[in-house]
Design a protein around this ligand. Structure first.
Ligand code: ZN
Ligand code: ZN
Length: 130
């Protein structure tokens, strides 16, 4: 049986801030077409899609930060939140866990893709979506 392909109901908003707002409003859906639940992540304290694995919940393979601790540069400075505050391998590890959950049949572990043939809307022009 072929799974029905579900797409996001709106085009890619083209900025993280607009995307977060769509998620908060319940517009963003998972791979089963169910609106995602957002809230303050208990691991990183940031508004997040709660069903996805938080990189902060895993140890970091790059800087050896333990679960729950922020990534640090060799200088011990915490990574900027502007770069998600996490080393890329830590984020990839979280993605891999979610991909594995999805492969095992949990359609809530991945978000639906953006609709095809809808280029990203330039930042600042999202108002028409609502
Ligand atoms: Zn988090
Ligand atoms: Zn790290």
């Amino acid at each position: 049986m072929l799974a029905t392909v579900v797409y996001q109901p709106v085009p890619d908003p083209g900025s993280y801030a607009a995307y977060a707002e769509l998620a908060r409003r319940g517009v963003i859906v998972d791979d089963a077409g169910i609106p995602v639940r957002t809230g303050t992540c208990s691991w990183c304290g940031v508004l997040s899609i709660l069903n996805l694995t938080c990189p902060r919940s895993l140890p970091c393979p790059t800087c050896r930060a333990t679960s729950g601790s922020p990534c640090r540069r060799p200088s011990e400075h915490v990574l900027s939140k502007g770069f998600d505050g996490e080393h890329v391998p830590r984020r990839r590890a979280a993605y891999r866990l979610d991909e594995a959950r999805h492969a095992a049949g949990d359609r809530s572990a991945l978000l639906a893709p953006w609709p095809v043939d809808t280029p990203a809307v330039p930042t600042g022009q999202q108002a028409f979506l609502f």
